[in-house]
Design a protein around this ligand. Structure first.
Ligand code: DX5
Ligand code: ZN
Length: 220
């Protein structure tokens, strides 16, 4: 089943509650929350307090994408805030130690929250194959993280295909594979055909005049 996960990075931060309610009303399946720390990526967005504030406003799952250094230090805050799934970057973990990624995923699971590993466009997805066994989802970036509204990087499609093939190989063919960045109404079909089933879209949803129509088209 294809799920559309609008990114609230493109929402109106001064009217976040209204935007969250609109997303649910207009057919979103998941709410994608982009957390940036100003170090792993340039900008700073928000922390656990935002997730806590939006939690009572929707019954949709909250998908927290941590674009931060030292993710282990922050997991508790997002778990307590009501995240349903937390994803962490391979690049942030691997520079600390070779075991840090798996430990972080285990830490997320210890709070009863689903977990996932993320790779940037220039990181081969093979690097996270060793943690596929513990992941509920993997996230393939199709832009370099930091900003909404960037252009889709097509090599991400190969990464998605490789991830789906490997998931099938290890008997986890139905694992969620999420793609994030530059997805729009024109390329959504290609993204689905490559094997991604959780599709993040920020600007394509929030800049659409017909938000419900945009979500439906991305879903296919
Ligand atoms: C990029 C974020 C994405 C971004 C997607 O750093 O992780 O979730 O908001 O926005 P669009 O769909 O506009 O590329
Ligand atoms: Zn994201």
């Amino acid at each position: 089943m294809i799920k559309v996960a609008p990114s609230i990075l493109s929402a109106n931060f001064a009217a976040m509650g209204e935007d969250i309610k609109k997303l649910q009303k207009f057919g979103a399946d998941v709410i994608h929350c982009d957390v940036m720390d100003g170090t792993f990526v340039g900008p700073i967005t928000f922390g656990g307090q935002m997730v806590k504030a939006i939690r009572p406003l929707t019954t949709l799952p909250l998908d927290v994408h941590l674009m931060i250094e030292h993710p282990q230090t922050q997991i508790k805050f997002f778990a307590d805030a009501g995240a349903d799934i937390i994803t962490v970057h391979y690049e942030a973990c691997n520079k600390i130690s070779p075991t840090y990624l798996r430990e972080t995923l285990q830490l997320i699971k210890s709070y009863g929250v689903k977990c996932g590993a993320v790779v940037n466009p220039d990181t081969d997805v093979e690097n996270i194959f060793p943690v596929f066994d513990i992941c509920d989802m993997v996230l393939i970036m199709s832009v370099f993280p930091g900003y909404g509204g960037q252009k889709f990087i097509p090599t991400a499609l190969e990464q998605v295909k490789k991830a789906r093939e490997y998931a099938i190989k290890i008997g986890k063919g139905d694992m969620d594979i999420e793609i994030d960045g530059g997805v729009n109404l024109q390329n959504a079909q290609t993204v689905r055909e490559a094997g991604a089933n959780v599709i993040v879209a920020g600007s394509a949803v929030f800049n659409a005049e017909d938000m419900a129509g945009a979500i439906a088209t991305i879903k296919g």
